[in-house]
Design a protein. Structure first.
Length: 367
């Protein structure tokens, strides 16, 4: 097996698949990338048994077709440190791959390609096309509400749902809930719900660019697959039942505040500096014409911020984890945000004032 290609032609697919390489695995082969040479095409595959990444590039084949696995981290570091437009030649010999470019030569140990695990073949029973920018918006609008290492393992991921002409993303950690939906009249999808694990969601964010290009999505009983012209991404699904979030959506909110998003974000960011490091609590005091935000910590330090608002309701005081509110304000694109709530003990619903695409629910906290 012998082939050559330009550094740039290798570096991009190498970076694409490297996200699926398992660096902490006890299986040495999971630290390697499978190189599959067929004609003038090179396929790179990496997996950690939960995710699988495949990408493609063109080569100048000077030998037989074949497969080999190469240590991912070492190869990536070599490629990154080589000069631009270097021409790399790979030649396999027994259990070694020899890489040469100019006067530089490297020898890396390989492992047998037959030992490389393959995610089993499966058929997607729901498939659709969506713009990369739409899928990215769907995921970025909700991913921060996923739980992290929660014993309720089904919360450590995101629910992706299809129904008729809608695709929804839902994430919750039990203290907050984020829902985003995209309506596309060209779609006619069956009702389906899958839970994509946290690592898979973060990898999708890394892979996607906010461009108006279509990608194909397949949902199976145990996997989700995304196919692009440059890569194929497969993730196992979380085997569990996502909670019925519709039951916790507050419906009795009779107090509404519409205010400038950026101004509110700035004052909350400043107040959070002096909030308790552990609980990150801030108090929001709503009165007819102003919102007073206060935060204090065990060192007896205090921050107080006031902004003008129009709130024609009874005065009310609510405590929140300031990071939860800031996450929502960072995700909303509208210049104004709308808060809807009933009393000091009920959850608040936050959404953009113009766009009803995403809705956020944050539970109050006792301070």
């Amino acid at each position: 097996m012998k082939f050559s290609l330009n550094r740039e032609l290798l570096l991009k697919p190498l970076l694409l698949v490297s996200g699926a390489v398992d660096r902490k695995s006890t299986l040495p082969i999971l630290s390697n990338i499978l190189f599959d040479v067929s004609g003038h095409s090179l396929t790179l595959i990496a997996t950690d048994l939960e995710l699988e990444m495949v990408s493609y590039t063109q080569i100048e084949n000077q030998g037989d077709d074949g497969k080999i696995t190469i240590p991912a981290r070492k190869l990536l570091d070599i490629c990154k440190s080589l000069p631009e437009d270097s021409l790399l030649t790979f030649e396999s010999e027994n259990d070694v791959i020899k890489i040469s470019t100019g006067r530089s030569k490297y020898r890396l140990s390989t492992l047998p390609a037959d030992d490389f695990p393959n995610i089993e073949e499966w058929k997607g029973d729901v498939e659709f096309k969506i713009l990369k920018s739409e899928l990215l918006r769907l995921i970025e609008s909700t991913h921060f509400s996923m739980a992290n290492q929660d014993v309720r393992y089904y919360l450590n991921g995101m629910s992706i749902e299809s129904e008729n002409n809608e695709i929804r993303s839902v994430a919750t950690d039990g203290h907050r809930l984020a829902i985003c939906k995209i309506v596309n009249d060209s779609l006619d999808l069956p009702a389906r719900q899958v839970i994509v694990p946290r690592k898979g969601i973060l990898e999708i964010i890394r892979l996607l660019e906010p461009v108006d290009q279509y990608i194909q999505i397949y949902l199976g009983s145990n996997h989700i697959r995304i196919i692009d012209t440059e890569f194929s991404f497969t993730s196992k699904l979380v085997d569990g039942r996502f909670p019925d979030y519709r039951r916790v959506l507050p419906r009795n909110g009779d107090k509404v505040l519409i205010t400038d998003k950026d101004q509110l974000r700035q004052v909350l960011s400043r107040a959070s500096i002096l909030s308790n490091e552990k609980v990150k609590g801030v108090r929001l005091n709503f009165s007819t014409s102003e919102l007073k935000i206060t935060a204090n910590n065990p060192e007896q330090e205090q921050a107080e911020e006031v902004i003008e608002i129009d709130f024609p309701f009874d005065e009310i005081e609510i405590g929140f984890n300031v990071n939860y509110i800031l996450d929502v304000l960072n995700a909303i694109k509208d210049p104004q945000v709308k808060f809807t709530f009933a009393d000091a003990n009920s959850s608040v619903v936050i959404e953009g004032n113009d766009n009803g695409e995403a809705i956020y629910v944050v539970m109050p906290m006792r301070l």
